[in-house]
Design a protein around this ligand. Structure first.
Ligand SMILES: Cc1cc2nc3c(=O)[nH]c(=O)nc-3n(C[C@H](O)[C@H](O)[C@H](O)COP(=O)(O)OP(=O)(O)OC[C@H]3O[C@@H](n4cnc5c(N)ncnc54)[C@H](O)[C@@H]3O)c2cc1C
Ligand SMILES: NC(=O)c1ccc[n+]([C@@H]2O[C@H](COP(=O)([O-])OP(=O)(O)OC[C@H]3O[C@@H](n4cnc5c(N)ncnc54)[C@H](O)[C@@H]3O)[C@@H](O)[C@H]2O)c1
Length: 486
């Protein structure tokens, strides 16, 4: 019997049926969660995936590859040790594109195996091919080899995600001018890189390449970027980027991009030009609805290829057709997409799922990483809530000393009236893991007392919660003497 790399027998594929309780289009985070949930409810489920392997953007060109590349870069460059051994410290002297790709392929392969095994043990069938609507209940699947089949579905979950926005004025060539998918297939590391678009994708790749000592210029037409992040954190972030010579061209619209003499030249409307070995165009993504023939199902996407849904049930204007994940827009995260897929399927089969908690964490895997949950200071001010902040710097923690951290901070916001935690904002090592303590306290409607009364492991970075909590309490006491409750 054939075995997969993780030692699981390769199962024989069952024949496709003519009719399913649920057909899911797209095998990314929302599609696969929705599919498995439906199977757990005893429903017959078919997942249609145009890619050769399941996993979606998340596994093949998005979340997992970019985070794997980041991990490889941090490990091979010795980035985490540079606080001790100096900026020129490197674990591997000559890091090549092949070094980055090796770990990537291994990780992706394991991810896919795990997913396929998950589908198999839950009885979810999957078919390779491009899906399109023939009518609201009939889906045609055309495989790469031309094989064409039709299936009927009582309910449909549209989870077909997005693809990079590729405007005509950008001369994409897959080697010098690249989109966010192509950057994962590079055959050589550039010495200089221009990144256009300071959204999450642009910022993550810009800082990952900068950690490899590639000379990076980040171009953004707006004066500010990542506006949903607390301003004080962004000031820290920008300071760190400038400190390591990342060129920031903010408020600079792009006039022209051209390739000449094997290099990319980007002309800006302010008259400046940036020339580099490679250019990454990361100015957003559009819904992957081309070829789906949505009109045959009575559906229409907006100009960015996105569908609107009922925010509670995930139903489109056709009650039996649900849409989830990046296809429906904000927040466009793998984490939230998975939950949307599950909620959609529960609703589709008669269960009334509870509303999701008010706050979800956002993690940006830049170097340094950023993670936030709840309200930013600007939002608290907009809402007119009387508040106080507590700040902890990682270099104040013993764990920070041990790790040689020079940077990193945590900021918490508390309501003066209710003492409730309003938001947590972290930049620095471990931010995306640390955030979950704040996330739990926030959604459990906890107050500053949680941080005052509880003991944290020592030495840990989580101790920053205690330090920031005490800092806020000191300020609160100075403003309004409080009852000592710890
Ligand atoms: C570079 C990058 C980094 C990211 N990093 C993070 C991160 O760190 N954390 C995080 O939470 N999120 C991250 N995201 C976002 C995350 O990847 C998406 O939110 C998530 O993948 C969306 O899931 P989805 O269910 O919409 O499906 P997707 O993952 O978008 O997959 C959709 C699938 O549908 C298939 N498909 C499309 N049309 C058809 C059709 N007609 N027929 C058959 N199949 C079709 C596609 O081939 C694809 O496999 C990142 C995204 C990118 C691009
Ligand atoms: N860590 C994470 O969770 C993570 C990581 C990567 C991506 N994602 C998700 O993927 C989605 C897509 O990310 P993104 O960064 O591609 O898109 P985005 O829409 O968030 O950012 C695009 C950026 O490009 C700029 N821009 C737009 N048009 C431009 C143009 N013509 N020229 C130059 N700049 C232009 C925008 O001002 C913006 O700053 C996001 O919504 C995000 O949620 C999440």
């Amino acid at each position: 019997m054939l075995m997969t790399p993780i030692g699981v027998p390769v199962p024989a594929k069952p024949a496709m049926r003519p009719h399913y309780d649920l057909v899911v289009i797209g095998s990314g985070p929302s599609g696969r969660r929705g599919a498995v949930q439906a199977a757990k409810l005893g429903k017959s489920v078919l997942v249609v995936e145009k890619g050769r392997r399941v996993g979606g953007v998340s596994v093949h060109t998005g979340t997992i590859p970019s985070k794997t590349m980041r991990e490889t870069v941090l490990n091979l460059s010795g980035w985490r040790e540079r606080g001790f051994y100096g900026r020129s410290y490197r674990v591997k002297q000559d890091i090549s594109a092949a070094d980055l790709m090796g770990r990537l392929h291994k990780t992706l392969s394991y991810e896919v195996e795990v997913l396929e095994h998950q589908f198999h043990r839950n009885g979810v069938q999957w078919a390779h091919g491009m899906a399109r609507f023939v009518d609201p209940h009939t889906i045609e699947i055309v495989a790469d080899d031309g094989d064409c089949r039709r299936v009927k579905a009582d309910r449909v979950l549209l989870a077909c995600g997005t693809k990079p926005f590729r405007p005509d004025y950008v001369p994409f060539d897959g080697s010098i001018v690249l989109d966010g998918d192509e950057i994962l297939d590079i055959e050589r590391l550039p010495r200089s890189l221009t990144v256009i678009g300071a959204g999450v994708i642009g910022v993550e790749y810009a800082t990952i390449f900068s950690a490899l000592d590639v000379a990076v210029t980040l171009i953004e037409p707006r004066e500010t970027f990542l506006d949903f992040i607390d301003k004080e954190l962004m000031e820290e972030f920008v300071h760190e980027l400038r400190d390591r010579n990342v060129g920031l061209q903010l408020g600079s619209a792009v006039k022209e991009i051209a390739v000449a003499n094997g290099r990319a030249r980007c002309r800006l409307e302010n008259g400046r030009s940036v020339v580099s070995d490679m250019l990454l165009f990361a100015a957003g993504r559009v819904g992957a609805v081309q070829g789906l023939d949505l009109e045959n199902a009575g559906l229409t996407a907006d100009h960015r290829g996105r569908l609107s849904v009922d925010g509670q049930t995930m139903q489109t204007t056709q009650p039996h057709i649900y849409a989830t994940g990046d296809l429906i827009g904000f927040p466009s995260l793998a984490s939230t997409s998975m939950e949307q897929g599950r909620l959609a399927t529960l609703h589709a089969f008669g269960h009334q799922p509870p509303s999701p908690p008010e706050f979800f964490p956002y993690g940006i895997y830049s170097v340094p990483e950023i993670s936030v949950v709840g309200m930013s200071e600007e939002e608290v001010q907009r809402r007119g809530i009387a508040y106080e902040t507590g700040i902890a710097r990682f270099r104040e923690t013993s764990r920070g000393h041990i790790m040689g951290l020079e940077n990193g901070m945590m900021k918490m916001l508390f309501s003066i009236k209710s003492r409730r935690l309003l938001g947590v904002h972290i930049i620095g090592e471990g931010a995306t893991e640390l955030i979950h303590i704040g996330h739990a306290v926030l959604n459990l409607k906890g107050t500053i007392d949680y941080f005052l009364q509880n003991t944290f492991n020592y030495p840990t970075l989580a101790e920053a919660y205690k330090i920031a909590g005490l800092d806020a309490w000191n300020k609160l006491q100075a403003a309004v003497p409080l009852k000592v409750s710890n």
